[in-house]
Design a protein around this ligand. Structure first.
Ligand code: ADP
Ligand code: MG
Length: 321
């Protein structure tokens, strides 16, 4: 179980402070792929940064905590001390990893891939032995062993992203955070990477938080989904339930924007835009775009509640939806 306890994450800028994630409370079962969806700017990447413990200026945690439900390096059995996101950085790569959107910005361009693998080993780990294992592992991921000797720019975009997946999964971390990991790639390469991630997850049973704005991809690869709108989580549940019985009108809107096979017409898509997080927001943040909104919605913020077992939503009319 990963527990997100009343998370408020804030950016400090010259203009002032803005909450990019606000009041997120969730207990997420481990061992599944959790999709995170929502329009651009709604806080998906920020939520991943909070879970990764990557809280550096201008981002900070104003309140709340993350509990990971695993013990440092698996030493203590159940009931051991849980680590929180204050000290999670110690476990980067080995227990929790991050697969970014662009491999170009996160790989060091002037360092061979081999060295980048070695750099995140602990001093007590046998470098040569692990490099041998890495060599075997990347071949399993359809990469040539020579890729280890290359500099990032010598590899294709697809190969680099496979390297990122290899780095992010080699130690079989409990938690993997993948932020639109295939967005920069062409469709065929994208499919290969997604299938690879799914296969690895099936084998290792890690918890993967998978951010994508593509609801079609979420439908194909995720077990559960978390829908974000204007810094809030508005729905959480099994992916099947999200698609067959969405409880929040925003989720419905995202699903309806999906093109269907054989549909010659372009879908209307999602009309309107989320509110600016800089404005003072009252009531339900989705109300201005919601076809079902009533007076209540414009004045009173709906609570995030379990509407049916395992299926949560923040909408005054969730039970009717
Ligand atoms: P998403 O990943 O869903 O597109 P983000 O988490 O990147 O959304 O951003 C959420 C909000 O936080 C946005 O409104 C954005 O303007 C703000 N934000 C993101 N990064 C920064 C930053 N470095 N400084 C100030 N505000 C930021
Ligand atoms: Mg993002």
């Amino acid at each position: 179980m990963i527990k997100l306890d009343n998370i408020v994450a804030t950016y400090t800028t010259t203009r002032g402070q803005v909450n990019a994630v606000e009041g997120v409370n969730l207990a997420i079962p481990s061992g599944e792929i959790i999709g995170i969806a929502g329009e651009s700017g709604c806080g998906k990447s920020t939520l991943l940064k909070v879970i990764y413990g990557d809280l550096t200026y201008p981002l900070s945690l104003t309140s709340g905590s993350v509990q990971y439900g695993f013990d440092p390096f698996g030493n203590a059995a159940e009931g051991g001390e849980e680590i929180t996101n204050n000290d999670i950085q110690e476990y980067w790569f080995q227990r929790i990893s991050y697969i970014p959107q662009s491999s170009m910005s996160s790989l060091n361009q002037v360092t061979r891939i081999r060295k980048q693998f070695v750099d995140f080993l602990r001093p007590d780990q046998d470098k040569d032995k692990i490099l041998e294992e890495v060599r075997a592992y990347i071949q399993k991921l359809d990469l040539p062993p020579e890729a280890l000797e290359a500099y990032p720019h010598q590899l294709s975009g697809g190969m680099r992203q496979r390297i990122m997946v290899a780095m992010g999964t080699f130690f079989q971390p409990d938690v993997i955070l993948a932020d639109e990991p295939t967005t920069a790639l062409d469709v065929v390469v994208q499919k290969g990477i997604l299938l690879l991630l799914m296969d690895l997850q099936e084998e290792m049973k890690n918890t993967i938080f998978f951010v994508s704005h593509d609801m079609g991809v979420h439908f194909q690869i995720t077990h559960k989904m978390l829908i974000m709108y204007a810094a809030k989580v508005v729905e959480f549940g099994d992916t099947d339930a999200i698609f067959t019985q969405p409880l929040h009108p925003y989720t419905k809107m995202l699903i309806e924007a999906l093109p269907t096979i054989g549909d010659a017409h372009l879908r209307e898509g999602v009309s309107g835009r989320p509110p600016s997080l800089w404005d003072e927001l009252h009531g339900c943040r989705f109300a201005p775009r919601c076809p079902l909104a009533t007076e209540l919605c414009t004045t009173t913020e709906p609570e995030f509640v379990e509407v049916v077992p395992g299926h949560f939503a923040a909408c005054h009319y969730a039970a009717d939806n």
